[in-house]
Design a protein around this ligand. Structure first.
Ligand SMILES: [Fe+2]
Length: 338
């Protein structure tokens, strides 16, 4: 009861005081700024935005230590959020609003970070080159049938580290090791480029299968640049590991998310900002602009995403992806996944 009274008493203070919150964001300004402006208009809390690459922002937080002005870190992938937490750069925060809005699997169990948008990493294939009836699971991509037919980026990328971490969680280290070795054998070329480059390589006939995050394909499909749009139109999405396929655990998903920094000097404003970002209104805009899925249920998805149909997501707690990140990296290295 005492806690509840405190929370109620704190609310009006937020609205009247000239407050601010300092945000380090690995998401580009265009993808976040309109939302921050809306937050300021609604709450009177100013947001000071610093954008940068995910790794650079982590390094910056680390070197600034306790003197860091940052209150909130916005970054992509549970692997990065976990890294920030493991390095002692974040702290726990409590919010009923956030706990109610965001499923448990998309939040750190100790409350250091929360997912804000959801991305899937399905199998993409070239229409006409692959019959989707031949596809079923991530595990089945290890079959001989796919020898030298798969495009996938390097193991230095956190997205693949998280994908392999999900394979370890589902099947154990030994099976994951065999899987990674078979994937390396099935690569059409040594890994190079980002996710968009895998999609383009598949469209150009260099491989039949590409592994990429959904928002890259969405971004290409909605691009004005024919160099992006035309290759994307040759590609279809296949949702692996759906009920009935293999263990039916669901397609591998990940989040972009927010963490409160250990050095935060504006923790109330930080929580208010994160609460705003999980509100239905913010979720709809944020997911649409980024070509991602909302983390909360009941928010409409963009037509591009809706066209790919509904899918079951792996319900593994995403914090596990962080816990298994080191093991995944070592395993990929041993498999010769460059
Ligand atoms: Fe990305």
């Amino acid at each position: 009861m005492a806690v509840l009274c405190l929370a109620l008493a704190a609310a009006p203070v937020l609205a009247t005081a000239a407050e601010e919150v300092n945000l380090y964001s690995a998401r580009k300004e265009a993808l976040i700024k309109p939302l921050l402006d809306r937050f300021t208009a609604e709450t009177g809390i100013e947001v000071n935005l610093v954008t940068g690459k995910a790794d650079a922002l982590l390094q910056r937080l680390q070197s600034e230590g306790r003197n860091s002005p940052a209150d909130v870190l916005l970054t992509v992938d549970a692997g990065n959020l976990h890294r920030a937490k493991a390095a002692g750069l974040t702290q726990a925060f409590v919010s009923e609003t956030i706990a109610e809005a965001v499923p448990k699997t998309y939040r750190d169990p100790e409350g250091h970070w929360v997912g804000l948008s959801l991305r899937a990493r399905p199998i993409m294939y070239v229409k006409g080159e692959v019959d989707p009836a031949e596809l079923s699971t991530y595990e089945a991509l290890a079959n001989e049938q796919w020898r030298e037919r798969i495009c996938i980026r390097s193991s230095s990328n956190v997205y693949n580290q998280s994908l392999v971490a999900s394979i370890i969680a589902a099947n154990g280290s030994e099976a994951a090791q065999d899987w990674a070795e078979a994937i390396v054998a099935n690569m059409a070329r040594p890994p190079k480029g980002g996710d968009r480059d895998q999609i383009k390589a598949a469209a150009a006939g260099q491989c039949d299968i590409a592994i990429a995050n959904t928002y890259y394909l969405a971004g290409m499909l909605t691009s004005d640049d024919p160099g992006e749009k035309e290759p994307a139109e040759k590609i279809a999405v296949f949702w692996p590991n759906q009920p009935g396929a293999g263990d039916g655990r669901g397609t591998h998903v990940n989040v972009s998310g927010a963490a409160m920094t250990a050095a935060a000097e504006h923790p109330e404003a930080a929580v208010a900002l994160i609460e705003f970002l999980v509100s239905p209104e913010a979720q709809a805009w944020y997911a649409e602009v980024n070509g991602e899925y909302p983390v909360r249920e009941g928010v409409e998805i963009s037509p591009v995403l809706a066209a790919w149909g509904r899918f079951e997501a792996d319900d593994l707690e995403l914090s596990e992806l962080g816990e298994l990140n080191g093991a995944a990296l070592m395993l990929m290295d041993r498999a010769g996944w460059r």
